[in-house]
Design a binder for this molecule. Structure first.
Ligand SMILES: Cc1ncc(COP(=O)(O)O)c(C=O)c1O
Length: 388
C-alpha cells in the first residue's frame, strides 16, 4: 500500500542532503529518501488549501495527539500539562543549554553521540564533559563510575542523553536510565533526554521514555521528542518538550519564549496531529522496509566485505560501520570514498569518542539506491586498502 521503492528525484529540491554533484550518492545526512505518509500529506494539503496563514497558537488537540501517541505507541502517557511546543529539537536544546546552565559550566554527554550536541554546548560557551561510552565488540556500555565523578563536579549543571543513541542506534535499558537519573538527582544535575529516534525501534523492540520512570525520579528531567525523524518531516519544524516538574517547566517556557521558539509555522500543528493520529500504519510499513534494508546491508557486507562490522543497536535508520580492521582513520576513509566512488557517508569522528573507527550510513532509502551505495562502498574500500 505504501511506496518505499520509488527512487525520488531530490536533486534541485532545496534538499541539504541531495545538494551534491550529479555523480555523488549521499547516505550521510539523517533524513529519509521516502515520501511521508499520505495521511500527513492530505492534512498539509488541506491546510494550504485554506489559504489563511496568520499567527497560530497551539490547540489542545495538539497536546492530546502527542499524549495519545506516547500512550498507544510507548505504553506511557505524559500529562498534557507537561507538554510544551518548540520549533525543533536542536533549537530547544540550545535554548535550554542557555537557560539552565551558565557560560563555563560543564555539560555531560556520552560520545560517540550526535555531533550537534557539541555545537549546542560549545557555541554557547559551555564545556563538554565526555562520558565516553565503552565499546564492547557489538554494543556500548556506560562508564557509570566516571559518570558519577563527572556529575559530582561543581561546574556540572546539565547532562544531555541521547536515547536511542545516534549514531549507534543503541536503546538504553530501563535499569540504565534509572541509574543515570538517580545519579543526576543525587548531584542536582538536570537531565535533557533527546528521544527523537524513539519511535524508530525495529524488530518489535521498545524504548523507554524518560518520563515513564517513577514520579520521584523524573522531576529534574526534560524529554525532547518530535515526529520529524519518524515521519520524515524535518522541515516541519515541530517538536515537543516534556517536563513533568511545574517549576522546571516554567524555566523551559521562558527559555523557548525568550528565544522565540514557541510559535508554530503553518504546517507544524496539522502535520504533527496527522502524524500522531493517522500515521501508525505507515510507520509500521516503514519499519518493515527498514528491517529489510538492514538485512540487505548485513548480507551484502557479510558476503563482500566481512572486515566491516555492522553495528545497529535496535533503533533508527542509521548504521554504524566499524571499519577498525582497515586501520585508516574514518575522516580519510570518508574523504576517499567521496573522491573515488562518489559515496557520501558520515565520518564517525564527528561524533567523537571512538568514532574515528566508524562510518555512519543512512539506510532509509529505496533498496535500489542502497544496492548501488553498497557496491560503491565495497569497490571504494577495496581500492583504498589496496593503495595503502
Ligand atoms: C539525536 C538527534 N537530535 C535532534 C536531531 C534534529 O532535530 P531537529 O531537526 O528537530 O532540530 C537529530 C537529527 O538527526 C538527531 O539525530
Amino acid at each position: 500500500m505504501y511506496d518505499f521503492q520509488t527512487v525520488l528525484q531530490r536533486r534541485g529540491s532545496n534538499s541539504v542532503k541531495w545538494d551534491v554533484s550529479e555523480q555523488e550518492l549521499p547516505l550521510n545526512l539523517a533524513d529519509m529518501d521516502f515520501t511521508t505518509a499520505p495521511e500527513i500529506i492530505a492534512a498539509l494539503q488541506q491546510k494550504v488549501a485554506s489559504g489563511v496563514f496568520g499567527y497560530e497558537e497551539i490547540p489542545p488537540t495538539y497536546y492530546q495527539a502527542v499524549a495519545d501517541w506516547y500512550e498507544q505507541e510507548h505504553g506511557c502517557r505524559p500529562d498534557t500539562d507537561w507538554l510544551v511546543f518548540a520549533t525543533g529539537v536542536v533549537p530547544a536544546l540550545s535554548s535550554l543549554v542557555r537557560r539552565l546552565s551558565h557560560p563555563g559550566d560543564n555539560i555531560v554527554v556520552q560520545p560517540p553521540v550526535y555531533n550537534i550536541f557539541y555545537h549546542s554546548i560549545e557555541n554557547n560557551g559551555r564545556h563538554t564533559l565526555a562520558n565516553n561510552l565503552i565499546y564492547q565488540t557489538d554494543h556500548y556500555e556506560i562508564d557509570f563510575p566516571l559518570l558519577k565523578q563527572q556529575l559530582a563536579q561543581p561546574l556540572t549543571t546539565l547532562m544531555i542523553l541521547c536515547n536511542p543513541q545516534n549514531p549507534s542506534g543503541q536503546i538504553w535499558t530501563y535499569e540504565q536510565l534509572k541509574q543515570i537519573v538517580t545519579l543526576c538527582q543525587q548531584f542536582q544535575v538536570t537531565l535533557i533526554s533527546d528521544e527523537i529516534h524513539g519511535d524508530l525501534t525495529l524488530n518489535s523492540q521498545q524504548y523507554t521514555p524518560i518520563f515513564s520512570l517513577p514520579d520521584t525520579l523524573i522531576q529534574s528531567t526534560i524529554a525532547l521528542v518530535s515526529p520529524s525523524k519518524t515521519f520524515n518531516l524535518a522541515a516541519l519544524h515541530a517538536a515537543s518538550v516534556i517536563v513533568p516538574n511545574a517549576a522546571l517547566r516554567q524555566q523551559v517556557l521562558r527559555a523557548l519564549n525568550n528565544d522565540e521558539l514557541a510559535e508554530p509555522n503553518l504546517t507544524a500543528v496539522p502535520g504533527t496531529i496527522a502524524a500522531y493520529t493517522k500515521g501508525r500504519p505507515w510507520l509500521k510499513a516503514l519499519k518493515q522496509q527498514l528491517q529489510a534494508n538492514y538485512q540487505l546491508v548485513a548480507d551484502y557486507l557479510q558476503h563482500n566485505l566481512p572486515e566491516i562490522k555492522l553495528i545497529h543497536g535496535g533503533a533508527s535508520y542509521l548504521l554504524w560501520l566499524d571499519c577498525s580492521a582497515f586501520k585508516i582513520p574514518a575522516a580519510k576513509l570518508a574523504q576517499q570514498l567521496q573522491e573515488s566512488v562518489g559515496l557520501l557517508l558520515s565520518d564517525g569522528s564527528l561524533y567523537r569518542g571512538n568514532g574515528a573507527d566508524f562510518l555512519r550510513l543512512n539506510m532509509a532509502c529505496p533498496p535500489a539506491i542502497l544496492k548501488v551505495a553498497l557496491q560503491r562502498l565495497v569497490q571504494g574500500l577495496l581500492q583504498i586498502v589496496s593503495q595503502k
